[in-house]
Design a protein around this ligand. Structure first.
Ligand SMILES: NC(=O)c1ccc[n+]([C@@H]2O[C@H](COP(=O)([O-])OP(=O)(O)OC[C@H]3O[C@@H](n4cnc5c(N)ncnc54)[C@H](OP(=O)(O)O)[C@@H]3O)[C@@H](O)[C@H]2O)c1
Length: 318
């Protein structure tokens, strides 16, 4: 199989396309012929940072790291004791999170317990775009945020991978949703169904919104989280995607009478099947805005690395 590996943390130039033996299947695993790979900020963070790589691998860093966690493809082979999947099935999933998913390759080995059948309504590209961002949004909106109908919810970076799913999940629950992004993404965010759009570049968001029940803050900044606390009602909730910031924001949460919840996404076929059902009903739809070929994987990472990606960025594999 072909795979992108790196042996040293660093920039995109450290990614090398190499030919490797296809890994042998263990019990409970399937071999997927990759059709699409969703690119996520964590691909870039783990490539850049030794600490992130060590954290995600529990300190067991292989000599050659294959990045990537999102995959959609076709099952080519099935290990022992796999239930519910057979060769030829079209599947998608968030592979081995936490751990290395190794999906930036033309073949991927995955535990069947982390995969779902691809919804017929999605092509492989849209399916590959979905697992990590949708599972994260699910944890933020449903598991931890426990958002209810009628609640006023502010979602930062509503134009991003996680944010665009979070908006759709919160609207589906009947919440009043306010989404932030810059003006160039206003049309995209309004199309997701937000009740209000805030251009965070025009004026600080805390001057445009107040007394919300829940903020879902996707921005990688303690300062930004502290600004979000200011707009939440007493007894409201702050859900954030950088769980290691917990200690840095606890005092302000306590002072404001706000509960904080840090998300750490995990592979889950159970939740992915629930997401598949909402996709099949047309309640949520992944939005892919840029597609790349396997040879262009570094370019795809460049777009995500810019922090300006709209919706999802996907690499297709022939
Ligand atoms: N803890 C976990 O389990 C977990 C899981 C998944 C992701 N994450 C983290 O969550 C973060 C978001 O992930 P993602 O995949 O959604 O990222 P993404 O798709 O790369 O986000 C890009 C979007 O963010 C918007 N944005 C950037 N700065 C903004 C600001 N200050 N206010 C409002 N919008 C802003 C950009 O819109 P404009 O161009 O209009 O500014 C762009 O559309 C990342 O840091 C990621 O590592 C954590």
């Amino acid at each position: 199989m072909e795979a992108y590996i790196f042996e040293q943390n660093g920039g995109r130039e450290n990614l090398k396309k190499v030919t490797l033996n296809t890994p042998a299947l263990q019990e409970g695993e399937v071999l997927i012929k990759t059709k699409a790979i969703g690119i996520n900020p964590i691909d870039i963070q783990v490539r850049h940072s030794k600490d992130m790589l060590s954290m995600i691998t529990g300190g067991k860093v292989p000599q050659q790291v294959i990045l990537g966690w999102d995959v959609a493809g076709i099952i080519e082979d099935v290990g022992e004791n796999v239930i519910g999947f057979k060769s030829g099935d079209e599947v998608y999933g968030l592979v081995n999170m936490p751990g290395l998913g190794a999906t930036c390759a033309t073949n991927v080995v995955a535990s069947a317990s982390q995969l779902a059948h691809k919804p017929d309504i999605l092509n492989f590209t849209a399916a590959g775009a979905t697992p990590m961002a949708a599972l994260t949004a699910w944890q933020a909106v449903i598991t931890l945020g426990e958002i209810k109908a009628g609640e006023k919810v502010l979602i930062h970076a509503a134009s991003g991978g996680v944010g665009h799913f979070a908006v759709q999940l919160a609207k589906n629950l009947g919440a009043y949703v306010i989404g932030t992004a810059s003006a160039k993404n206003e049309f995209f965010v309004r199309n997701l169904g937000v009740d209000e759009f805030i251009d965070y570049t025009a004026q600080p968001f805390e001057q445009q919104v107040h007394d919300v029940d829940v903020v879902i803050d996707t921005i990688n900044s303690v300062e930004h989280l502290l600004r979000s606390v200011q707009v939440i009602k007493k007894n409201g909730r702050l859900v954030y995607l950088q769980p290691h910031f917990a200690g840095a924001i606890q005092a302000q949460l306590d002072m404001a009478g706000v509960s904080g919840f840090g998300v750490f996404v995990h592979s889950s076929a159970e939740v992915l099947n629930e997401i598949s059902a909402l996709i099949a009903e047309g309640k949520i739809t992944p939005q892919v805005t840029q597609e790349f070929k396997f040879d262009q994987l570094r370019e795809a990472q460049f777009v995500v690395e810019s922090g300006r990606a709209t919706g999802k960025i996907v690499v297709n594999v022939n």
